[in-house]
Design a protein around this ligand. Structure first.
Ligand SMILES: Cc1cc2nc3c(=O)[nH]c(=O)nc-3n(C[C@H](O)[C@H](O)[C@H](O)COP(=O)(O)OP(=O)(O)OC[C@H]3O[C@@H](n4cnc5c(N)ncnc54)[C@H](O)[C@@H]3O)c2cc1C
Length: 203
């Protein structure tokens, strides 16, 4: 039986995009020994987005990354979820949340601002692994079985594997499959941000 080669260098993985998915997958891959570099097109992180709901399965991933307690502290645990008619406000469904969800699924359901989640995920990735101003433009096979990445600023990088975490307008998806453009379904949901003090209002 072959013994594992303890001297083998760690696999080098390039993650494209430093959003929620990219930062999560990078931290997770690093935990299992991969060398991970993250390439992000933006110049820097800015606090964008609105409310994000983290269901228990997501909270279990964050617990594995050591972030569950921090997220619980900065987030909000709703007692109940309301479904209402859009025009009359009539309640059509009351969904028990809070401790009911935690007891049933073994992890809480937390709501928080996307920027808080993003900051928590950024904090567990070494700053030296994050490369800003790197908009991926091209991806092809290099000699020796690796992959070569080309960026808009003319620079290049190599990796054993690439993870496309570059969002809904994914360049990686476009390069690999040529149909990265999202299809508008005609459905729109409006969202808003308001002070958590209002969260206790019942009307
Ligand atoms: C207002 C709002 C509220 C939401 N609420 C919820 C919610 O309650 N629950 C929930 O589950 N989901 C929610 N979502 C959806 C959720 O936020 C997204 O599904 C999630 O953020 C997508 O993460 P991502 O990392 O795949 O993409 P993104 O967060 O879009 O990140 C992609 C990153 O890739 C970078 N990038 C793009 N192209 C390139 C390139 N060529 N080269 C290098 N970098 C590139 C981008 O700059 C970006 O930083 C919400 C979304 C919005 C907008």
């Amino acid at each position: 039986m072959n013994k594992p080669d303890r001297q083998a260098p760690a696999v080098a993985i390039a993650v494209i995009g430093a959003g929620i998915a990219g930062l999560t997958v990078a931290a997770t891959l690093r935990k299992i020994g991969a060398r991970v570099e993250i390439y992000e097109q933006a110049e820097a992180f800015t606090p964008v987005g609105a409310g994000v709901q983290l269901t228990p399965n997501a909270m279990k991933v964050l617990a594995g990354l050591g972030q569950a307690e921090h997220i619980r502290r900065v987030g909000f645990t709703p007692d109940v979820g309301y479904n209402r008619e859009w025009d009359t406000g009539e309640i059509t469904y009351l969904h028990p949340m809070g401790s009911a969800i935690e007891q049933r699924f073994g992890a809480p359901d937390i709501s928080l601002h996307r920027a808080q989640l993003h900051a928590a995920l950024a904090s567990i990735n070494p700053p030296a692994s994050m490369h800003f101003n790197k908009r991926l433009m091209g991806l092809d096979r290099a000699g020796g079985g690796g992959l070569r990445l080309s960026f808009a600023d003319g620079s290049k990088a190599c990796a054993d594997a690439v993870v496309g975490a570059d969002g809904v307008h994914s360049t990686v998806l476009d390069i690999l499959f040529g149909h990265g453009r999202p299809r508008f379904t005609g459905q729109v949901a409006y969202r808003a941000v308001y002070p958590t003090a209002y969260a206790t209002l019942r009307y």
